[in-house]
Design a protein around this ligand. Structure first.
Ligand code: ADE
Length: 224
């Protein structure tokens, strides 16, 4: 998979890809992530990417030209399955969306800033708009990092057995059951006996039951 991220702040975005699972995925060549600094696509001397909005009103708007130049250069080099715009008014990200995006070959992610991008960018180029939640970030970069993390950890070979995505919360529509590790007793707090029983059939049943209980208690909306 190849991910191209268009941003005015590449430095804000890079560190999540330089550590841990994302770095390993890149080092193992399971994913390529490329950053494109929108200021390099400006035609004015000030490398200006935004301007006042027509009709007046507070806040700057990202101009169409640099975005067009950047997206057009990328799409002239290869086909893209999705051109995603990170925005608080997009569809809220969930595991299902990440699962389907992880099956794609090439995607572009455009990070918004200020009041967002000129509407014509959205009308002409964007195929999918994603929000990471009902709150406003100062820019799309942190949202793009979250989106990339959820996608990349699903790519074949990125996680090993110990970190397998199959048993994650949400993967079967439920929250994950509680987990424990050594010691079996700590300051009087005991690990449930069943987990020490060695009876894997019963353990699996217990986990399913706990996953249902936890989901019922914390996120009943997931069961509807
Ligand atoms: N940009 C600003 N807020 C955002 C959000 N909640 N999700 C994605 N991109 C954003």
């Amino acid at each position: 998979m190849r991910i191209d991220i268009i941003t005015v702040l590449p430095e804000l975005l890079k560190s999540p890809f330089e550590a841990s699972i994302l770095k390993r995925a890149i080092d193992k060549k399971l994913v390529e992530v490329h950053f494109h600094n929108l200021r390099e696509y400006t035609s004015n001397n000030y490398k200006q990417v935004d301007d006042y909005q027509f009709g007046g009103g507070a806040g700057m708007v990202m101009m169409i030209e640099p975005i067009d130049l950047c997206i057009s250069k990328l799409t002239s080099q290869r086909d893209y399955d999705e051109i995603i715009y990170m925005t608080p008014d997009g569809e809220t990200l969930n595991q299902q969306t990440s699962n389907s995006l992880s099956l794609l070959k090439n995607i572009i992610i455009l990070c918004g800033h200020y009041k967002g991008v000129d509407q014509r960018v959205r009308d002409a180029f964007i195929t999918k708009e994603i929000s990471i939640g009902d709150y406003v970030l100062s820019g799309g970069e942190l949202g793009a990092a979250v989106l990339c993390d959820t996608i990349i950890r699903l790519l074949p070979g990125v996680l090993n057995d110990e970190t397998s995505a199959l048993t994650d919360s949400f993967q079967d529509g439920l929250l994950a059951p509680p987990v424990y590790t050594r010691p079996a007793e700590y300051k009087g707090m005991k690990v449930p006996d069943i987990l020490l029983s060695g009876n894997f059939g019963k353990i699996e049943e217990w986990r399913e039951q706990k996953a249902h209980e936890r989901t019922q208690q914390l996120r009943p909306d997931l069961l509807e």
